[in-house]
Design a protein around this ligand. Structure first.
Ligand code: G16
Length: 553
């Protein structure tokens, strides 16, 4: 195995680490994410780590996704996908960070050997990695660094080319369950489309009124555009009408630029271009198609957002009803997982009207997913539109075994089963969520107005603040991002001004995907939100300005 270590040493010389001074790279909310020109050395390190991760499971396939999702075109990023299609286990982020921060090829080789020892890995074990990337031009160069690491570590791989993040997650799970009694689907991107469209068709077993007009899908000029066009080829036109908007993937500058899910959610307005007429259904995906938010305009350009909280509440209420109607409510309970960004009104609606339990986690699908996986059926969504519904083995078994006692039970059960196949079980998936919302609105015979009328959002706003060093911001453990420990004194200030505003809630946390902190505010009145955020930004900038972090690796 000396030769492997030697190969790492030599091959990594091609991808020297860019000098970032005292700043370290960190495995953030969704992997490493930064300006693309800083990434080649990180990609090489991630290739090495993915190989080790696969060895840990004796050759089970590990995924690597190259994307910077909602970030601007000049950024890129990379995240590792674990065997069941979920995000990399948190304790391994530590090893990823260690390898990514090595300053020289020798350091990297040593850190690699050190990791093998610490993890007690059999370094001769089998290994296999699959990877894909979004439409960013820098993806090409980064693939070269990744492949170099996989070659140096003698790791067989499959390059799936340009794909959405959820497709890569799907492929990992499909590969690893192939031949088992839990086969997830055909191991190909075509298999993904077949699974989605096939299960969608199964939800059509009962007649329902067709919604008038198509849904307009703003694809953020990213990978969601070709993916959605491909999916549409598998869908009967009379059952699912969609118009693809913002599909210009050849002009990188247009990616997420004044369009896409993040723009619409944070700006609370329609993307550009927008030709929508009043009451038309619109939605926006992000740059790697794992998020989706809906919206429509009323007469007079009054904008209404139906964000991730709305999808969560819609899905929870509908799936909860199906469970009851199937006669399974004694056996299956439903839970909802949210983050601090969830609108207070949505939480109240889930608890008081739907009578379901809500659990809060820190931001990041990796946190929500695990919490949802502990439920029989776990609905998780971030307000920004990232989420899905997880069906536990226990729930799936109950659905499979249940003998329906009436036609009504049979119908509900058939829909429930189809949904459990249609909804991506590995990660939030904009395309699968698009179909989910379509099915629910159709079955309920609801328009967007009825969907919106379930509860009234509290006015809210998220702002981004560029601070001297975001790494000094440390939230209080156990508070799911709602309180801040460091820099000292900021929380104290927040506690002083928040009670001045009716139903006021405000918190700050460092973004794990951008070089900034985010401040969220909500209150009973929109002008109070503005006022409160003014206080918050002031406290954040003045107090944090005197601190810089001293992270070491
Ligand atoms: C990623 C994560 C999401 C998270 C978002 C923003 O989304 O997957 O879970 O909500 O970043 O995170 P932060 O506030 O830490 O920047 P995406 O769509 O960019 O991959």
């Amino acid at each position: 195995e000396d030769s492997e270590f030697m190969k790492i040493l030599n091959a990594s010389k091609e991808f020297p680490r860019v000098d970032t001074g005292t700043r370290d790279f960190t495995y953030g909310t969704a992997g490493f994410r930064m300006r693309a020109d800083l990434l080649p050395s990180v990609m090489f390190a991630v290739g090495c780590l993915a190989s080790l991760r696969s060895r840990k499971f004796n050759g089970t396939t590990i995924g690597v996704m190259i994307t910077a999702s909602h970030n601007p075109a000049e950024d890129n990023g990379v995240k590792i996908v674990d065997p069941e299609g979920e995000m990399l286990s948190e304790e391994w982020e530590w090893y990823a960070t260690g390898l990514a921060n090595c300053r020289t090829p020798e350091e990297l080789r040593n850190a690699f050997i050190h990791s093998i020892n610490l993890l007690r890995l059999n370094h001769e074990a089998d290994r296999k990695v699959i990877f894909a990337r979004d439409t960013r031009p820098s993806g090409d160069t980064l693939v070269i660094a990744l492949k170099a690491a996989l070659d140096a570590t003698n790791t067989p791989y499959i390059d799936y080319g340009v794909a959405t993040t959820p497709q890569l997650h799907y492929l990992v799970r499909a590969t690893n369950t192939l031949g088992s009694d839990r086969e997830y689907g055909e191991v190909s991107i075509e298999g993904y489309y077949k699974k989605l469209s096939g299960s969608f068709l199964k939800t059509l077993h009962i007649e329902y009124a067709q919604q008038s007009g198509p849904v307009f899908v703003d694809c953020a000029n990213g990978v969601g555009a070709p993916a959605l066009k491909e999916l549409l080829k598998y869908m009967p036109e009379d059952k699912f009408k969609a118009v693809v908007v913002n599909d210009n993937i050849d002009d990188p500058e247009r990616l997420n630029n004044r369009c896409g899910a993040d723009f619409v959610k944070t700006q609370q307005r329609v993307p550009q271009p927008h030709t929508g007429k009043a009451m038309e259904r619109w939605c926006s995906l992000d740059g790697d198609a794992d998020r989706i938010v809906y919206y429509f305009e009323e007469e007079g350009n009054v904008f209404h957002l139906l964000d991730g909280d709305r999808i969560a509440t819609l899905a929870a209420s509908y799936i909860g009803d199906l469970v009851k109607k199937s006669g399974l409510d004694e056996q299956i309970t439903l839970g909802v997982v949210q983050t601090a960004y969830a609108n207070g009104a949505s939480t109240k609606y889930i608890e008081k009207t739907l009578h379901l339990k809500v659990e809060f986690t820190q931001t990041g699908v990796k946190h929500l997913h695990h919490a949802a996986a502990r439920q029989d059926v776990g609905v998780y969504f971030e307000a920004n539109g990232h989420g899905t519904v997880l069906f536990s083995e226990r729930a799936l078994k109950a659905i499979r075994m249940h003998e329906p006692q009436s036609t009504a039970q049979l119908n509900a059960l058939t829909t429930l089963k189809a949904l459990s196949e249609m909804i991506n079980q590995t990660v939030g998936d904009a395309l699968s969520d698009l179909l989910l919302v379509k099915v629910i609105l159709s079955h309920k015979e609801w328009t967007v107005t009825e969907w919106l009328s379930t509860y009234k959002d509290l006015p809210n706003k998220i702002i981004k603040c560029n601070v001297r060093d975001k790494n000094v911001f440390v939230t209080t453990p156990g508070t799911a991002d709602r309180r801040l420990d460091y820099p000292p004194a900021i929380q104290e200030k927040f506690d002083e001004f928040i009670p001045k505003f009716r139903e006021g809630r405000c918190f700050v946390r460092a973004s794990g995907t951008e070089d900034a902190v985010r401040i969220y505010g909500e209150a009973a009145e929109a002008y109070d939100v503005e006022h409160m955020l003014g206080y918050a930004a002031d406290a954040v900038i003045t107090i944090s300005g005197t601190y810089i972090s001293h992270l070491t690796h």
